[in-house]
Design a binder for this molecule. Sequence first.
Ligand SMILES: NC(=O)c1ccc[n+]([C@@H]2O[C@H](COP(=O)([O-])OP(=O)(O)OC[C@H]3O[C@@H](n4cnc5c(N)ncnc54)[C@H](OP(=O)(O)O)[C@@H]3O)[C@@H](O)[C@H]2O)c1
Length: 274
Amino acid sequence: MEEEYMRELTLNTGINIPIIGSGTNTFGKVDHQYMGEINGDTTEILSAIEVGYRHFDTAIAYRNEAVVGKAIKESGLPREAFFITSKIPGKPEYTNSERSVMEAVEFSLANLGTEYLDLYLIHHPWENLEEMVIVWHVLERYVDQGKIKAIGVSNFDKKQLAYLLAGARIKPAVNQIESHPGKWNHEIIDFSLQNDVFPEAWGPLTRVSPEAKEQLSQIGQAYGKSWAQVILRYQIEKEVIVIPKSHHLTRQKENLAIFDFSLTEQERNMIGQL
Ligand SMILES: NC(=O)c1ccc[n+]([C@@H]2O[C@H](COP(=O)([O-])OP(=O)(O)OC[C@H]3O[C@@H](n4cnc5c(N)ncnc54)[C@H](OP(=O)(O)O)[C@@H]3O)[C@@H](O)[C@H]2O)c1
């Protein structure tokens, strides 16, 4: 039985990533709406830091990088205590020239108020794979300079990831993809792991049907764990990084408390079919 408080994985550039981070896509926004106006409220990020999160997932598209940066400063903890991921949108205005890519990276750094990013992802793939490799080479240079510690992708399928793996000098460290009951994406997760790319699950707790919740709760009963904790545990046992998000301190804490139980093979098989 594990008793550790947080497990870390080592990415291909040698840095460690906490296997659980906090999503942020509705943080610092009016009414916690994804499209809501930014209000600069750091309450949820500070409560996440208070209960032990040090890994945060933001993106240019979320418009809240500055809120994450502000919370980090307000925490009083040193920058190095944190693992910050952000993302460049896979859209022409950010990717159609070397200069656009550089402006996006500098925009993220300035908004987060940081000298470096721990992980920077291409948020979505686009059709022109060759062009994507050119963008990748710009990001590789930031890794060379130490301004980005690791680079990765998001929402890439097998073909897109394979193409990038073939053309990359620095291999993608992470592929952030949707993963939860009803959409486990086993195939791309396995393909990523086979190629030393850590899968990272977005939306790990959303869109879970009442039937799936019921079955997961039953599994959790034996361990004194909730359906959410069982899902998160299932993913980290597969070496899938998870970034659950909650606006409430109690649930933020609950989602971190998954290192003191293990699922049986039978339970894992059952969950994998939900
Ligand atoms: N790369 C991409 O394309 C992409 C796409 C989507 C999301 N993401 C990233 O992934 C992160 C996570 O995904 P997400 O924010 O969509 O959703 P999520 O983390 O799967 O779920 C969030 C919802 O689950 C609830 N919740 C959290 N913990 C719970 C618990 N222990 N028990 C019951 N309910 C719980 C929260 O409600 P309360 O707040 O009321 O607790 C919230 O409404 C995002 O914030 C973002 O950073 C990336």
